[in-house]
Each structure stands twice: as structure tokens, then as C-alpha cells.
Design a protein around this ligand. Structure first.
Ligand code: GCB
Length: 627
């Protein structure tokens, strides 16, 4: 396989010999910092993510990894054999000093975020090196890949002392090919993980959630045949069942490919063209059962590309907008959403979300009567999205282009946003639950930002023309509304014409000067002939804090905000809402020592899962809305 564009752009590899040469050159001399990660792919290439990876032969690399903190980032900035952690050199008798020893370094359970795995690292931001030995299975003539479901935020990966790649972005998967690079028997993989954000990262410097660092999702060694099914995208589009397949490898062109959907007899077979791709399509049979939140039907599907046979479960449904309505399977629907961060219930928070932990949260969403979850503000783990497929929850999935600190003028940051969007879409576009791709949250409305986001929107439409494109916009943008005393908020963001659904976040009754009942006098309007959703509203309440509803931080106040806000949705033509937020979540920018203590308390349930009064307020409202 030719290296991907991203790998080529990944900057000079820091190999063992290069590191030693640098050491000879510049013992302890302060070098300018090495770029932490090379510029990511420009978004014009689909990332290689190994289709249906869960169904491939693979070896887990989860478990205990040794780790070394490098708070000053010395090893990377000033490479020196004494601290070349990626070389895993033992101290030799009579040899030069080696100032680390992987065999006695502490160990951490991976996947894991270091902030919760090691109490002394609760607020650590910086580089940590991780090390693991593993046995490679015997060669079978196929290809092998190291696959990372997510590492927050910058990752540099070495295999047996050789750098094999870098990745930037904490919430999407990446894969490096290691065919021919594994030794028979024992191998060593080392990662440098640096969770520090900066002016050009996504998210950028300021964001309202805890920046959990580490190898936060699973790691695998995956095997494929020499030529394999790199990607498949199966869906209902334009009245047809359509499958786009792409093979990879020496026999990828002119390869026999097919898709068989259990119980449906469809003629979906053909050959890939010279571009290694094939498009197969067929008229859906009458008996096709559509996926919907009420009946989340999934079909067992077998994909074949030459010898590579992969299985997955896929649902079929349609999504469209008509004027100001959202239609699922041709029927207008009011979207009953709730937002959540990727943080399980519990005293600690944390980033790792196991399927049972995700199920516990999604079942709270179901108990509220939701048919949609907004997975804020970044792509959540793949198993959560698969669970939404099974449970019948529509999904809003988002990239972390968040607030106004983002470097909207930076080509590097744009390339990063495009790469993240591509990784999100290619990973999840076979999930019927995914209904909304969101490109941003509460961003300013200046030209540079709008141009930036238009690129991302165009990429996503190219990769997936079947979902609704949206962004959580600010309500109080200055075009035509939000003038003092006018009580008129006009959602007229210059990005709106590029989107399918106009969504706004609004916190009248909490951050604004108005009390919740005064907030009701505010009128919202949307000059675009597009559906309008309220993608956020809410208020902080500490579970157990009770009192008159006028008292902030009480459960009563929060329930009051919910009552008043929900009451205006129909009046102003909203066709969906996703209040903020299902569960209290950790955030370093929530400073109130009594009520917050570094937790955002806008949850309808506390971090430990106790329901607050507003839970019932929303449940009642959704019961009245259920279709
Ligand atoms: C917002 C953000 C969300 C915050 C929330 C809040 O508008 O989109 O990420 O957590 O407000 O609690 O202020």
C-alpha cells in the first residue's frame, strides 16, 4: 500500500538512528520544539479505517501499559539516548547512563484516561509516554495494522524503535500499516501522548469539559488479506439501496465484490473499476423494514471483496427536510433530544465509556422519552453509536469546532477539522441512527469562520449525501435581532444557507438578565425556510439543593427554566430540542466551590445518576410529543 497522504505529511520520522545522531550533535543544547504533529490530511482523501474492523481477526493491545511522565517534554524536544523512551534500551554494564527503565515503570489500564486512572494526575496536562510489549501472531501473507480508536490529543507511535506515524485529534480513530515491520514473537510499541491544546488545535484553548488525556479507547493489531475491503457505505438513497465499496491492495482493481442483505434477495454484485471502487445499487424490495426509533430494524449484511468477507449490521431509513419540517421515513417528526458528554456515571467522571456504561446513560435518555441523543461536542466511541442503532436513538454527531478561540484563519486548523470530519463520517456513515452531522458549536459569525465551516460542510456532503448537516449556532447574533428591549432573536447566521437544519443554543433564564418566565417573552424566528431546532438550553442545579424556584442552583430553578423554555418551542416553530444536558460532567471552568466544584451541574441527573426535578418536567413534555 502506498502511504496515505496523512502519513507522508507526518513530518520527519524520529527513528532510532536519527535520535542518536541528534544526541551526538546537540548534547543538552536547547533545540526549538519539534512540531508535535505533522499537518493532517487536507480532507480530500478518505481515511483508511479498515471497514468492519470488529469483524476482522485482531489481537487486543488493551491491558496494562507502562508509563513515564515527561512534564518538561525533554525527550521529544531535546532527544538524547538517556531518555529515548521509544528505543526501550536497558542499562548496559559499563555503558552510558540510561535514565529510564520500562520494566519497573508504573502501569496503567488501557483504555484509560490518566486523570482518573492515576489520582496524582488528576489535573495533569502534558506529555506521557506509554509502553507495551506484545506477541505478534504468525505471518499469514496478509497485511497488518495498528489501530487506535482514540488517543487524546497528539499521538506519536513507535514500533520497535521506529516511528510509524502521528495523529492529531482526541476523538477519532486512526490506523498505521505495520506489514513487514513486526518481528516474529515479541514486539514493542511506544506512544507519546500529549493532551495539551493550543491556539491551532480542535478544540482550541477554551472549552467546557475536562480534557482527559491518554489512550482513551482500545488499541488493536488487525489483520487483513493482502487485498481487502477498505471501506463500504451501504444506505437507502434516491429510492435505491446503494453500496459504495472500495478495495485496497495489489488486486484491488477489477475485483469481484458483492453485498448480501439477509432475508432480501438483491442483485448487489459487480467488479471494482480501475480506481478500486464499485457502486452497486438495487431497488429496495417491498418487504424492506425501515429502521426508525420505534422499530430499529437492523439487517445482517455480508460484504465481499475477493477473499475478504466482512459482516456488519445495517439499518435503512430516509431522512429529509421539507420546508421547516424534518422527515424520518417520509413522516414529519418532532425531535426529542438530550445532549451528553462522553463521561460515564460515577463519582469520578472519566473518559472511557464501556458499552454497559453507555447503555446506562442511553437508557436514562430513553426513560426521558428521547428519540435523539446529541453526542456533544466530539465523536463519541463507536460502540455508543452502535448501541444507538440497536436502541432506536437518532444521533447528532459533532466535531470539536467549539467557540470563538478556534484559529479560523489557519490552513492547518482547517485541514485538521476536515480530517476529523472525514474520520467521523467514514467511521459511522453505516449507522442508521446517525441523523445529523454537526460541524460546530457556538462559533462567531465572521467571514473567516464561515469560509472555514463551508469547507467542512462540502467535505461531509461529498462523503455522505444522506444525512442532515447542521451546527449549533448562537441565537443572539447581531443580524436583525437581539437588540435591547426588542425581545426578538433572529437566527440569521451566514452559515445557515449551507445547512439543512438551523439549530441554536440559548440560555435565556440562566446566563441572560431575564428570569425564566421573562425569557418566555423572547420570540425566536428563522428567516430561512429550514427546520429550526433548539440545540441547547438549561440551568445548573445541584442535586438535593431545594428551595423556592427563584433561588438559583436549586432543582426548582432548573425545572422552572425547563417549563418556561419548553412552552415556547411550539409557539416559535421549533421542530426539535436537545436540552443541555443529560448528566452533570466535569469541567475545570466551573469554579463555584459549593454548587459546582469543577462540575457543570446542568445535568438532569447528577453525576451519580440521581434524577433532578427537571427530569420529570422534560419527561412529561416528551410524553406529550411522542409520535
Ligand atoms: C454552551 C456550550 C456547552 C456548555 C454550556 C454551558 O453553550 O455549548 O458546551 O457546557 O453552554 O453549560 O454553559
Amino acid at each position: 500500500m502506498t502511504p496515505s497522504r496523512r502519513q507522508l505529511l507526518a513530518g520527519a520520522a524520529l527513528t532510532a538512528s536519527a535520535a542518536l545522531a541528534m544526541q551526538a550533535q546537540a548534547q543538552e543544547k536547547t533545540a526549538s520544539p519539534a512540531p508535535v504533529a505533522g499537518p493532517p490530511a487536507a480532507g480530500d482523501e478518505e481515511p483508511l479505517l479498515l471497514f468492519a474492523q470488529h469483524d476482522r481477526p485482531r489481537t487486543t493491545l488493551d491491558g496494562l501499559w507502562a508509563y513515564i511522565l515527561d512534564q518538561n517534554d525533554s525527550a521529544f524536544r531535546k532527544p538524547n539516548a538517556r531518555r529515548a523512551f521509544w528505543l526501550d534500551e536497558p542499562q548496559k554494564v559499563g555503558g552510558p547512563v540510561v535514565e529510564y527503565d520500562w520494566s519497573i515503570s508504573p502501569r496503567m489500564e488501557i483504555p484509560g484516561d490518566w486523570n482518573t486512572r492515576d489520582p496524582s494526575l488528576e489535573w495533569y496536562d502534558g506529555p506521557i509516554y506509554f509502553h507495551r510489549r506484545f506477541q505478534a501472531p504468525a505471518e499469514t501473507g496478509g497485511r497488518r495494522f495498528l489501530s487506535f480508536e482514540a488517543v487524546n490529543y497528539h499521538a506519536v507511535v513507535w514500533l520497535n524503535g521506529q516511528e510509524i506515524g502521528r495523529h492529531e485529534g482526541g476523538f477519532t480513530p486512526f490506523v498505521f500499516e505495520v506489514t513487514g515491520k513486526l518481528k516474529a514473537g515479541e514486539n514493542v510499541v511506544v506512544l507519546r501522548v500529549d493532551d495539551r491544546v493550543g491556539p491551532e488545535t480542535l478544540p482550541s484553548l477554551d472549552f467546557d469539559w475536562k480534557n482527559y488525556g491518554g489512550i482513551t479507547r482500545s488499541v488493536w493489531l488487525v489483520e487483513t488479506p493482502a487485498t481487502f475491503l477498505r471501506d463500504a457505505f451501504l444506505r437507502l438513497e434516491g429510492g435505491q439501496i446503494v453500496a459504495d465499496l472500495r478495495a485496497d491492495g495489489p488486486a484491488a482493481a477489477g475485483l469481484e465484490v458483492s453485498v448480501a442483505i439477509a432475508g432480501l434477495n438483491l442483485p448487489l454484485s459487480g467488479k471494482t473499476g480501475p480506481d478500486d471502487r464499485a457502486r452497486l445499487s438495487a431497488k429496495p424490495p417491498r418487504g424492506l423494514k425501515l429502521w426508525s426509533p420505534e422499530t430499529p430494524t437492523l439487517y445482517d449484511v455480508t460484504f465481499k471483496a475477493g477473499e475478504d468477507v466482512r459482516r456488519d449490521r445495517v439499518g435503512f431509513r430516509t431522512l429529509e427536510t421539507r420546508g421547516r419540517q424534518i422527515l424520518v421515513n417520509g413522516k414529519p417528526r418532532f425531535i426529542r433530544g438530550i445532549a451528553l458528554h462522553e463521561e460515564p456515571l460515577g463519582a469520578q467522571g472519566g473518559r472511557v465509556m464501556t458499552p454497559p456504561e453507555a447503555r446506562a446513560l442511553l437508557e436514562e435518555a430513553k426513560a426521558l422519552g428521547c428519540d435523539m441523543v446529541r453526542l456533544a461536542h466530539y465523536p463519541h466511541t463507536e460502540s455508543t453509536v452502535r448501541l444507538c442503532d440497536e436502541l432506536g436513538l437518532l444521533v447528532w454527531s459533532e466535531i470539536p469546532v467549539y467557540w470563538d478561540d478556534v484559529a479560523y484563519e489557519s490552513p492547518r486548523t482547517l485541514a485538521l477539522a476536515r480530517a476529523m470530519a472525514a474520520e467521523m463520517v467514514v467511521r459511522d456513515r453505516n449507522r442508521a441512527s446517525v441523523a445529523f452531522w454537526s460541524v460546530a458549536n457556538e462559533t462567531p459569525t465572521h467571514q473567516a469562520r464561515t469560509t472555514f465551516l463551508r469547507h467542512v460542510v462540502a467535505d461531509i456532503r461529498r462523503l455522505d449525501p444522506t444525512r442532515l448537516l447542521t451546527a449549533a449556532l448562537n441565537k443572539n447574533i447581531d443580524v436583525g435581532g437581539a437588540k435591547a428591549g426588542q425581545n426578538q432573536f433572529v437566527v440569521d447566521d451566514p452559515l445557515a444557507p449551507d445547512l439543512d437544519v438551523v439549530a441554536i443554543n440559548q440560555y435565556e433564564g440562566w446566563y441572560g438578565p431575564r428570569t425564566p418566565d421573562q425569557a418566555k417573552t423572547v420570540r425566536f424566528s428563522n428567516p430561512h425556510d429550514k427546520p429550526m431546532m433548539m440545540s441547547e438550553f438549561g440551568a445548573d442545579a445541584l442535586y438535593g439543593e431545594r428551595g423556592p424556584k427563584q433561588n438559583r442552583w436549586t432543582e426548582e430553578y432548573q425545572a422552572w427554566v425547563f417549563e418556561e423554555t419548553l412552552a415556547l418551542l411550539d409557539r416559535d416553530g421549533f421542530v426539535g430540542v436537545s436540552p443541555w444536558v443529560l448528566k452533570d460532567f466535569r469541567s475545570p471552568r466551573r469554579w463555584h466551590a459549593r454548587y459546582q466544584d469543577y462540575w457543570n451541574r446542568k445535568g438532569l441527573v447528577s453525576n451519580e445518576g440521581h434524577r433532578k426535578l427537571a427530569f420529570e418536567t422534560l419527561r412529561r413534555y416528551y410524553a406529550g410529543k411522542a409520535s
